[in-house]
Write a protein that binds this ligand. Structure first.
Ligand SMILES: [Zn+2]
Length: 350
């Protein structure tokens, strides 16, 4: 039987969400829905302002070359805390940390940072095949999609490497189209993992044609477009694939915002064209900020300038000037990411 809450949830069109004031969102979310953070489950309603693609530290040395990440954990903790405190002061409540295994993922550090800062942090399972497979462990070349999925599902069921900390999403990385056999194998492994766990699939993608290939492959393996987050969608500078994949139901993650004027203009253009097409409900925005681990000399920002905050300080004012409403901004920064990262099996329609 439909209870009132469920009825409200299914009877509101997605477009109507953007018109709802924040207080009402709690009434459209299901009671048992959740997002998985490094400290356990939170309700989507409680995720607040949510940056869906950021990093703390990434070690670019390469898979299995050294024990990663190469830093003293206390130094890393002390280095990053001021940034998290600043994020919190700016109203951000949740970040998805997108550094995969074999490229510096450190879930124990993430838990420490989350506990000390009060920021919710999501970590991930999955492998990053972009950059000529430099970050792919040996076993991934030999094993089948089913075997890889069982490794990722073990992290989901038992926690990562004995820590008890669970991933909140699947993160993959692939290059430009056409997809290579190993990249397809990882995407199929992600489909299997999603259908058993409900973890959403975020894929770093080289170009728009590759994103379309990913979506088609996932669908062939039984996964709805709504379970796919197209990471670095800004790589498609025509915007053509944004509209096509958003229309199918994929999440379009515009996540390299750096505060430069050129980027402000480009992101305003992409976001307005998605809004004009009635597709703002499928858009995510983030910075992809973070720090590289430099052996013996500490940490270096991926990009110069302010870290993790330019969406709030530069993009939002520009979007408002370009015609978006406060409700639209809330949709982009609060509601959409809470829906994108909700743990939920999204099977393809038969
Ligand atoms: Zn990234």
């Amino acid at each position: 039987m439909l209870n009132r809450r469920r009825f409200i949830s299914i009877s509101l069109s997605s477009a109507a969400y953007s018109m709802l004031p924040g207080m009402l969102w709690s009434t459209v979310c299901q009671k048992d829905e959740y997002i998985m953070t490094v400290s356990g489950k939170i309700k989507p309603d409680d995720a607040g302002i949510f940056l869906p693609h950021e990093h703390t530290f990434t070690d670019f040395t390469g898979a299995e070359k050294v024990v990663q990440p190469q830093y003293n954990q206390d130094s890393a903790f002390n280095f990053l805390m001021p940034y998290l405190k600043e994020l919190k002061a700016n109203g951000v409540k949740t970040i998805a940390e997108c550094t995969p295994a074999y490229i510096g993922r450190d879930v124990v550090l993430l838990k420490r940072l989350s506990d000390a800062s009060g920021i919710n942090i999501l970590t991930n399972t999955g492998y990053y095949a972009a950059v000529d497979f430099k970050y792919i462990p040996d076993h991934a070349h030999r094993e089948s999609s089913e075997q890889l999925a069982s490794r990722w599902l073990k992290e989901w069921q038992q926690g990562i490497a004995g820590s008890g900390i669970k991933p909140g999403f699947i993160k993959l990385g692939v290059g430009a189209a056409p997809l290579k056999p190993l990249e397809k194998k990882l995407i199929i492994a992600a489909a299997i993992t999603h259908l058993k766990s409900g973890l959403k699939i975020a894929i770093h993608t080289g170009d728009g044609a590759a994103a379309l290939e990913e979506q088609e492959l996932l669908e062939k393996w039984g996964v709805s477009p709504s379970a796919m987050i197209w990471v670095h969608a800004q790589n498609d500078d025509t915007g053509k694939y944004h509209l096509e994949l958003a229309h199918k139901g994929c999440w379009i993650s515009l996540d390299g915002f750096n505060g430069n004027q050129e980027t402000v203009e480009r992101y305003c253009k992409y976001i307005n064209s998605l809004k004009d097409a009635g597709l703002l409900k499928r858009v995510l925005i983030s910075h992809d900020d973070g720090f590289s681990v430099i052996k013996d000399s500490g940490f270096e920002a991926f990009k110069k300038g302010a870290q993790y905050t330019t969406i709030l300080t530069k993009l939002q004012p520009a979007l408002l000037k370009s015609g978006l409403t406060e409700g639209d901004i809330k949709q982009l920064t609060v509601f959409n990411p809470s829906q994108a990262f909700k743990v939920e099996i999204n099977a393809a329609k038969k």
